[in-house]
Structures are given as C-alpha cells and as structure tokens.
Write a protein of this length. Structure first.
Length: 226
C-alpha cells in the first residue's frame, strides 16, 4: 500500500515522521527506512510511478573498506525497522570486471549483524580473488566503533571531542579476521575473532579497512599479532 506524503514535510515519512528523502520527486514512490511505509505525492498513480525504495542518505552512505590501502569494497548500514534492536550491515565489493556503468560497478556480498562480520565477508572474497585460495592466514581488521560515544567518551579531552565531532578523529576496534579451518564446513571463509578485538581506540579518520601484514602506525601498538 502506498500513502500520500505530508504536504508540509515531503522529505519525511507520513507514518512515523522519520527523515527519509533528501530531494523528493513527485513522480517516485519512496520507502521509509524506519517503518517500511511506502509513500508518494500521487499514490493513486503508484503503478505508473518509479519505485525507488529506501533513499535515506544515512542508510545508503558507503563506508569504504580498502585492503592494505587499496580500494576493494564498502559497508552500508541497513535499517530493519522499528522494534528490531539488531542492526544490519551490508558488505559490497567493487567489481572492476563488470561492464562499465552496469550495476554501478559493485557486487552485493552479504548482510551481517555487525560491521566486523561484514568486513570478514569481504576478507573471504579477497582471499580467493587476490591470492592463493589455499592461503588461510588471518588478517587484521580496523573497524569503526559505532558504539563509541563521541560526545561523552571516557577520558576524552575537549579537543578530542571536538575533533571526533568534526570527523578528523575516529574511534576504532582492532582485531583479527580468521578463516575457518578443515574439517569445518565453511573452510576458508573468514569470521571476526571477537576475543582479539580492542575497542574505543582514537586515531585519525580514514583508517578503517583490512590489513594483511601490519595495522596502521597510529594503531599498531594496539593490534594483536597475526
């Protein structure tokens, strides 16, 4: 069912008032990322309008995941609606072999319950695309800490708080992504070894990614040994 949008707030869901559309068009049907409601300016014309789904800038934002500093893929949040406390994170891989412009040059990999597990999915694809598939050595992951309170984090100075809010600093978790070993039925696939992760580490922005040899210098002292 498609309902009419609010005439005085066309960017917001008419059901829950969640900001969903940055620049709405009268000729498209949108889906609220918060409650799943579909809405349009002319709902009676829904069969003839373009259904664009979720367009929330926050939900569709891409978070790059390079491998040793080189582009490889990205993570994207997925809203699962009101009442579901478990967030979802999508793993996408840059696909250089695709026809230019087709599907935006990316491939969907999987949806996971955490950012670290989504990164492990990318590590698995990298394992047989960029090296010997029988090489089952672990890799390091630097993961943005979504749970860190940038306003009232423990031990933060006023300057660090200001830099975190401006985006010049970020809070990370550093740990190991390990492959399952035989005879496990998922042999070769990677998983996030949660026991190895250290969270709430403050370092410059842009360090999130997979590292096969050593963590970035700013986080090296906190990285576990591979």
């Amino acid at each position: 069912m498609v309902i009419d949008w609010n005439s005085n707030a066309s960017y917001a869901c008419p059901q829950c008032n969640h900001d969903t559309v940055s620049e709405p068009s009268k000729w498209e049907v949108y889906t609220c990322c918060n409650c799943g409601t579909r809405f349009a300016r002319f709902p009676r014309l829904q069969r003839f309008l373009r259904h664009v789904g979720i367009t929330c800038e926050f939900c569709t934002e891409r978070h790059p995941v390079p491998v040793d500093g080189k582009p490889f893929g990205f993570l994207r949040r997925r809203h699962v609606g009101v009442g579901n406390a478990q967030p979802q994170v999508e793993a996408w891989m840059d696909d250089a072999d695709e026809v230019p412009g087709y599907r935006d040059g990316v491939s969907y990999i999987n949806t996971c319950p955490s950012r670290a597990e989504a990164m492990a999915q990318l590590a698995h694809y990298r394992s047989f695309l960029g090296r010997d598939e029988d090489d089952l050595s672990p890799v390091l992951a630097v993961v943005a800490d979504d749970q860190f309170d940038k306003m009232y984090g423990p031990g933060l100075t006023d300057e660090q708080t200001s830099q975190l809010i401006r985006g010049s600093l970020e809070a990370y978790g550093v740990g190991i992504l390990r492959p399952y070993l035989a005879p496990h039925r998922q042999r070769g696939q990677f998983y996030a070894d949660t026991d190895t992760f250290t969270w709430g580490l403050i370092a410059p922005s842009g360090l999130e990614g997979i590292y096969t040899k050593a963590a970035p210098e700013a986080l090296a002292s906190h990285a576990p040994q591979l």
